[in-house]
Structures are given as structure tokens and as C-alpha cells.
Design a protein around this ligand. Sequence first.
Ligand code: MLT
Length: 396
Amino acid sequence: MTEPNMNYANLKDSYLFFGIAQKVKKYSEINPDKKILRLGIGDVSLPLCKSVISALTEGVSDQAEKSSFHGYMPECGAPFLRTTIAEFYRKRGVKVADDEVFISSGASDELGDILDLFDKDNSALVIEPAYPAYVDANVIAGRKIIHLASSLDNGFTPEPDEDKLADIIYICSPNNPTGAVFTKEKLKKWVDFANAHGSIILFDAAYEAFIEDDSVPHSIFEIDGAESCAIEVCSLSKTAGFTGTRLGYTVIPKALVRNGMSFNAMWIRNRTTKTNGVSYIIQKGGAAVFTEQGQKEIKENIAYYKENAKVLMRVLDECKIEYTGGKNAPYIWLKCPNNLGSWEFFDLLLDKIQVVGTPGEGFGSCGEGYFRFSTFGSREDTLHAAERLKDLFGNL
Ligand code: MLT
């Protein structure tokens, strides 16, 4: 008999965002007249910017002509896009070679796939609260997971702990869900720790475009020594509204070597075996994000989401609710009022004011008592949600 991967039996019943979507669907079927305001999953609400749309349209036209038609794309990414992204790093003063950049179909896909590079007996350290896919992908692979809880006391950016050694270390900055950012000094501690123990950091930079503070690093490769201990995974989903279009990139330095094996070379071997590349049209659209005009346009969209953040933060300030995030990140992470549990607060918001957020406990047990709002909704929904929240907080 075929043996299924029994690790699936060790997963929670449903993936966090899927479970929430089911709950909300059920609620709206029972209450069809209620307008639900969705500040839950971090899915963008603004359309792709004009430069991207023109490039995508050109890409479609290219595919209509024999002379410009593209078949299979290079497995590791179109050279034009790899060079564009490497140059984007270099302009920021980070040394990245064109062939250290790999094009992917998005950060969440890549964060799962990249685990192919690691032995199944490697352990994984997850700083919690954390994006739940880090844990789930490693549960599926049967890896030992070491949980490192963070808290308000350390600003949700803990330092390495010699008692919590692991082979793979996840760091997400700006952080999902807390919105906290790791300073250069803190990241340096993690880089030194990883190099000292031979660990590899999987750095999730999906929210780097939201950083406002000049001193906060956008890339782990701004830190000396990171090239020998880190892989960076990034995405255009939040930066440029590609959640439904799918495009990301990963940087694997050639200096990242363990046991004589180059992770860059292994990823080339993996990609050439497992993919036929990301669609030409999408890569063409993605390249437009890095043009001067594209950068201007995506920044306008990011500014819109940041204004949403301000709307929500204003209400939280007025109601004296403690929170982090909202400034360098598109998430606001708040303490549930009246010591409510995070799922209790979720039910209360859905039931009383039809506002959907994400319960902190879904990001790990230390997220209990916290709640996350996404600022990616429409302005209209965000304003309405803010009004409803203000009324609710006033009556608690
Ligand atoms: C989130 O809400 O945490 C993210 O949108 C999920 C994702 O990026 O897959």
C-alpha cells in the first residue's frame, strides 16, 4: 500500500487564512445583509500600476508575433529581469551578482520550495509570532521545529539564544504579523550567530518596500558576513500588487557553501529539474516595477496603504490600545482589549461590527491575546472599520 506523508497528520486542521475565510463565508451566508469589512489576509486592493500594465500588454503582443514569441523561459529567470533586480540591489549599495538572483512565482511558493535544499534532519528555528507557512512547510517535511517566542518586551525582535540552536533560521523583517523591524545591530547579531554555528538564515524581505526609517536594513545582505549564511526571499506581491499575478525573487550568494556544496549551484540544479521558468509576460511586467516610473507608481500605491495604517492607528491611539507596526510595515499588531483571547476578539469583531482581522494565536501560541489588522484594504472599508472599531472600543 502507498504510504502517505503522515506528517500531514501533524498539521493543524486547516491553514490559518483558509480557516478564517471559511468562518467568514459561513457568517455571511447566515447574515447576507451585513457588510463585512475585510482587514484580515494581507491581500492588496489596488490594481497593478500603469507601467506594469503597459509592460504586461507589450508582453502579450510579443507572444502574438513569431519574431518576439517566447517559449519555455530560462528556469532561473529571464536574464533581463535577473540583471534588473541585481542592479536594484547594487544601486542600494548591496553587492549582488546577476546570477545570484533567481526569479520565482512568489515568496510563499519559494519559501516552501527552497526547503528542498536542506537535509530532512535539519532543524528549523521560527521566531514567533510568525507567518504560519514557515511552521507548516517544515511540519510537512517532518523537521524538528524550535519555537523562539518574542514579545513586546523585546519589541518582537529577539536576539539569538545559545539554547535555541537550529540549522535553518527564519527571520522576517519588516515582520509579519507584528510589523516590527530588525535594526542593523540586531541583524548583525543573528548573522554572527548563524556564521558561528553554520546555520542558514532564510530572510523573508516581502515587506521591505514599506520601510520608512532610513536606518532600517531592506536586505540581510546589507549586513557584513550575510553572504556566507543567508538566503533572501522577496516578492512583488505587496511591493507592487502582484498577489494575483505572482512574481518574486530570491538571492542566493555564491559564497553560501556547506559541506562543499554550493546552495546557488544546488538551486540551479533544483530549478532546472522542477520548473520551466516563470511566464515571460509576467517577468516583463515585473521588470517595469524597477524602472524610474514604475518605482514612482508603486510608491504611490504604498503611500495609499500607509494612509490606511494611519486611519487605524489614530483610532487605536484614541482608544489607548497598545500596538506595534503600521509604520514600517503594512500590518498593525494590537493587544486585544479587556484581556480577550485572540479568537474571542475575532468572534466579537465579526459578530458585533463585521470587521475581519487575524487572531494573533494563529501566528503561534505567543500571539495569544493579540490581533492583526492588514492595511491593504480599500480606503472606504478602512474608514468604515475605523468608525465601527471606535464605537465598539468605546462600549467595551
Ligand atoms: C498574510 O496575510 O499574512 C499574507 O498575505 C499571506 C501571504 O502573503 O501569503
